[in-house]
Design a binder for this molecule. Sequence first.
Ligand code: AMP
Length: 282
Amino acid sequence: MEIAATIEQVRAQVRAWRQKGLTVGLVPTMGYLHEGHASLIRQSVAQCDRTVVSVFVNPTQFGPNEDLEAYPRDFDHDSNLCQSLGADLVFHPEASEMYAPDAATYVEILSDMPKQLCGKTRPIHFRGVCTVVSKLFNIVLPDKAFFGQKDAQQLAIIRRMVRDMSYGIEIVSCPIVREADGLAKSSRNTYLSPAERQAALVLSKTIFMGQDMVQNGETDVHKLTQAMRDAISREPLARIDYVEAVNAVTMEPVAQIHGAVLVAMAVYIGKTRLIDNFLVEA
Ligand code: AMP
């Protein structure tokens, strides 16, 4: 497995693969890899001849008061995991390799889509995500790119960007990987104290409760989300950012569970903001 710090190295390697007629999969990550990331890498290795994993904590998707500096990093662990999973190339650039000091070009969806859900408290987040993913697409030129359903709004936004910008890259969505007790795996779980780790179970428990309500026939979004908010409010360490049901493609709020609906939440456990969701298929 090769480790590349520069865009040129990646381009040269991918060019050589392409000359042999090999297909390329891309798994974009911010590192501190866990079993959720591993599931994406496995999918790429299974579906593509060569797999590139990017490990880059992207500064443009962090707001001024967010955890860019504190974001956990362990590149040795990440590269070992990538190798053990059969990845072929890890792209691990410095921020200066990705962004010129006077970089001023962004990729941004100008609909309400990035303003919903997480966009309400993270107004520049999805502009940063679209910009970096767009750059990674241009650098790697993959056939397929793999994203987790854990970040459902991100996935929907990337699909929209790919369609609007005619990227011609297949976006593959991978299911949420959870800890044995239900908590969705996240690099940010590492911020949690033991008491907070316990309290964080309120997210997955509430997701499962919501899923049960829908399976049992609840279609009224107000009733559903109110029951979910009530359940979260009973946990003293939890503070709700949002609990919402939206159209799974457009991210517009819906009043009824009808068609493909995403039920998503962001909840602070202490200072750590965690997300979780479930998808109701059409
Ligand atoms: P991140 O490193 O947090 O930016 O995540 C990189 C990719 O891994 C994104 O596509 C995430 O949606 C995906 N991912 C993160 N956590 C999980 C998880 N628990 N299950 C599935 N995919 C995940």
